[in-house]
Design a binder for this molecule. Sequence first.
Ligand code: C5P
Length: 300
Amino acid sequence: MNLERRGDAVVLHPPAKLNLFLEVLFRREDGFHELETVFHAIDLCDELRVERVAGVDHRFAARGRPVETGVDNLVVRAAEAFFSARPPRFGLKTDLTKSIPLGAGLGGGSADAAGMLLALNALADDPLPPAKLSAIGATLGSDVPFFFSCGTAVGRGRGEQIEPIEAANAPDLWFVVLYPGVPAPTPVVYRGLTLDLKRPRKDLRRFTQTLGQPWKPDSPPFHNALTEPFRKAFPELAALQDRVSRATGRRFTVSGSGSSLFVAMPSKDEADEVRGTLQAMAAGESFVCRSLVRRPGAAR
Ligand code: C5P
């Protein structure tokens, strides 16, 4: 995630992610699920401005989409976690402009948390090493560590163990992302998951090998093992997924635990056309987005 310094403040644009691949391996003793996933950052972004001010208070304001601004907000929790790990506390004035839909499987809250940790580390007199920052991120949410590097990456463990994929081996695509207007709480979707251990698993290696190759519609096929519990938990969203797939002739994939659905397109014109169809159907809120390609040496 790139970070821009403006005097005593830093400005970042935490992006949304899509899961191009998500396989669940097993349920762990700690209640989480062991995953193999491919995260992919897209250019649908929030804006986070963090200023170091006198005193020790944290003034936090949000605009755009309505969000909780109290202790439950991941930005506030990220600041608390940072100062516990690296005192002394300093005063903060944080402004978040929220564009990424919430509860949408797009990782917006996690991206904001990662952005906040990067901002604080840039403003601190004695910054933490990247590995420590990532470990703090993982305590805030399974998706948080991905957002330190963004681009495209394999996620293992609960999703917090990140292995970046070189830009040359990653896709650069246009996406149409559909937010149905209602959130899908992640724990609800995981609770509905039944793991059939005899079921053939999708092969992550085969998927990542084809990722960087010239792309044709639905190649490689995106995969999400949470699709079935998502559809069971939210029948009206399953019906929407079927309806938009039929109307556009493209298979819409669930991102993360939903509620967002997406398709990839090779050009902006084709993506705009699909979006036009969704708008004519009044199917929800839709976005045309592009892959956010990781630049070597970008701020971590
Ligand atoms: O880590 P995060 O806060 O995103 O997780 C939210 C919830 O999603 C967890 O409490 C758990 O129910 C579920 N989850 C899971 N396995 C994962 C990630 C999340 O079961 N790998």
